[in-house]
Design a protein around this ligand. Structure first.
Ligand code: SAM
Length: 243
């Protein structure tokens, strides 16, 4: 059954889709009143709907059933990703969306080579948001992970530390592995902070630990900055029973 996403909640038992989704339903899929579709809202709820009115400008659907999306993980993982070079962020957004990430926050750290101006960054975030939407649709997610505006390290640490488990993926960590950080108690919210190609400066790692993040290793091998978040997210969701 076709799946569409909306940020709006049902009004009086109906949902309305406009823009690209309405055009796709009316023109590409040629759906008619009476046809069924699933509309997922931003809170991870799946609404089973029947089309009521269809035209290329706006489509109205009557909500018949509402249930929590079975494809959303119970564990909400936020990825704080130091801005990597070139188009690596596109791969990171696509793969972590497929796996089940909840939010993605670009972070500017000391060793980020890529330092786009505000306008360029805004365009990149738009592109990454589109990639997240496509990957969410392809993988049957119940919601589209949000790609946030970029934060400084200080801002990211303050936000990341709010999670039940706030993890610094630190390439110089040799003692603590990922599993130990998770088995203490099964967290509902997890933050992971990942460095850029050049890694974290020692003072940044200290700053993160002072902010309350736990430094964890992904093993003795150094992973690329685009591999580390994908591997860590898969391990976390597996350990929490979401994979
Ligand atoms: N330039 C660093 C070096 O040579 O040691 C490597 C940085 S690595 C390419 C990019 C990021 O991936 C790191 O900052 C860290 O967040 C994460 N990462 C890579 N390998 C890791 C590991 N074995 N344990 C923990 N984090 C790792």
């Amino acid at each position: 059954m076709p799946r569409f996403f909306t940020e709006n909640a049902p009004q009086d038992g109906y949902l309305t889709l406009t823009g690209e989704d309405a055009r796709h339903i009316a023109k590409s899929l040629r759906m008619q009143p009476g046809d069924e579709l699933t509309v997922c809202d931003g809170d991870g709820l799946d609404h089973g709907c029947v089309l009521d009115q269809v035209d290329a400008e706006a489509v109205r659907a009557r909500v018949c059933t509402t249930q929590p999306s079975v494809s959303e993980p119970h564990t909400r993982v936020t990825l704080y990703m130091a801005l990597p070079k070139s188009d690596k962020m596109e791969l990171i957004v696509q793969k972590t969306t497929e796996l089940g990430v909840t939010d993605i926050v670009p972070v500017l750290t000391a060793r980020c080579v890529s330092r786009p101006d505000a306008r360029t960054l805004e365009k990149k975030i738009d592109r990454w948001s589109k990639i997240a939407a496509e990957a969410a649709k392809q993988s049957g997610r119940g919601r589209i992970p949000r790609v946030h505006t970029a934060l400084s390290l200080e801002e990211a640490l303050a936000a990341a530390a709010q999670a039940d488990a706030a993890l610094l993926l630190y390439e110089c960590e040799r003692e603590h592995g990922l599993r130990a950080a998770l088995t203490a108690r099964t967290p509902h919210t997890v933050s992971i902070l990942v460095g850029p190609e050049g890694g974290f400066a020692p003072e940044e790692a200290q700053q993160a630990q002072h902010a309350g993040l736990v430094s964890v290793s992904l093993g003795p091998r150094i992973l690329r900055c685009e591999t580390a978040p994908i591997a860590a997210l898969a391990c976390i969701l597996y350990e929490c029973g979401d994979l």
